[in-house]
Write a protein that binds this ligand. Sequence first.
Ligand SMILES: CC(=O)N[C@H]1[C@@H](OP(=O)(O)OP(=O)(O)OC[C@H]2O[C@@H](n3ccc(=O)[nH]c3=O)[C@H](O)[C@@H]2O)O[C@H](CO)[C@@H](O)[C@@H]1O
Ligand SMILES: C=C(OP(=O)(O)O)C(=O)O
Length: 439
Amino acid sequence: MSDRLCVEGGVKLTGVVKAQGAKNAALPVMAAALLLQEGALSIDRVPRLEDVTIMADLLRHLGASVEHVGGRMTVKVGGDLGRYETPDVLVRKMRASSLVLGPLLARRGRAILPLPGGCSIGSRPIDLHLKGLARMGANLEIRRGAVYATAPGRLRGSRIYLDFPSVGATENLLMAAACAKGETVLENAAREPEITNLAHALVAMGASIEGAGSGTIHIQGVDGLKGGSITVIPDRVEASTFLIAGALTGGEVTVTDVVPEHMEALLSKLEEAGASLMVRESSVTVRADGPLSGVTLKTLPYPGFPTDLQPQMMVLLCLAEGTGIIHETVFESRFLHVGELKRMGAKIELQGNTSIVTGTPILNGAEVRGTDLRACAALVLAGLTARGTTVISDVHHLWRGYEAFVEKIRQIGGLISVLDDDGKASFPVETPEAFANHQ
Ligand SMILES: CC(=O)N[C@H]1[C@@H](OP(=O)(O)OP(=O)(O)OC[C@H]2O[C@@H](n3ccc(=O)[nH]c3=O)[C@H](O)[C@@H]2O)O[C@H](CO)[C@@H](O)[C@@H]1O
Ligand SMILES: C=C(OP(=O)(O)O)C(=O)O
């Protein structure tokens, strides 16, 4: 797929979009299939995303059969449990590859995982995953940039306190503990809804888990897991991205098939900024009639404001009246979009991990570059409100996390098109003149 998008600003987004299944829930649930001793894991509402494809390839490499038909994925793990090494090329493409470490150790007694390394939003070590596994009796050695792990005999249950409620570490340890010998207690565990979804999947496979979704999770290890089925929860980040888009374009957007409770932090910030919300059982409508106002927010582990919405919310603050302040506390360098937004006329002052955003009535279309997944989404939102045309390069990041993103934006009236290598819009656009400069 092409790596550039062209966006024409000025349309108030209006309409209805259906949320996809959550990337961050689907990936750990897929990894959990490696714990199967018999049967198949059937996973519904699996989004069609680059990251899902990478995880499927990784599972196949490790001996699983993976079918993805419609929204349903079926994973079976055959008799060949010999493989335990994960290829560098896949692990480097996606940090969530590290989620196979816990299941491999628990089920196959050994694993080799190249260290995932840093990425543009931060250094992202996996020390908490490793510390927890060591507490469960794993021997871990880091050689030539890879973790060599063995669990002589079997992993054993333990009391593990996480220094930070890391999502990935909680997931890895939850999966490892599900098949360890005895009881594990995870303290200061992450409380994200994706953790609860993973626990439900494991319980459906025969695991014994209590307290997922709270800071303390009790897991009684069992001898082996069998087949089961689970539905992936709605993607709160994707859904929220569309709500922010509706609010900042002064339109009216409804997102369906969501769990509004999972989006509480975002919804309350949208309201505080002056947007009107209609929250129903499984859908949310946002409307913004007048100018929005700047708000202060701090990214935090769930139920705090999600770091994965920080770039998109920053765009809203760029266009709000007054000053908005964002403290990024989860990742150490998740502000690369700031420079790109400034190219569009945004007024943002960076002070360490704080951004001070002074609202301006309009942004201007520009040539900008997507630096990571959510930065790409934010630049699309900025382009949708800007005067003139915005061309965003390096949008391959977007396909990691948003299913049918271009189609969905168009469905609610956004003027957006994929550009091919010659700069031509690769499917019909409603206002050809808007894209003339790029043909
Ligand atoms: C696939 C997936 O679910 N990705 C999400 C997951 O990432 P991920 O699971 O990587 O996020 P973590 O919660 O683990 O990381 C949060 C912070 O803890 C640090 N840390 C983490 C583990 C560790 O062993 N040591 C350590 O220092 C990280 O560098 C980061 O600064 O949660 C993040 C925080 O909500 C989200 O932004 C990501 O979208
Ligand atoms: C940071 C994100 O994902 P990942 O952890 O997969 O890099 C994200 O979804 O915004």
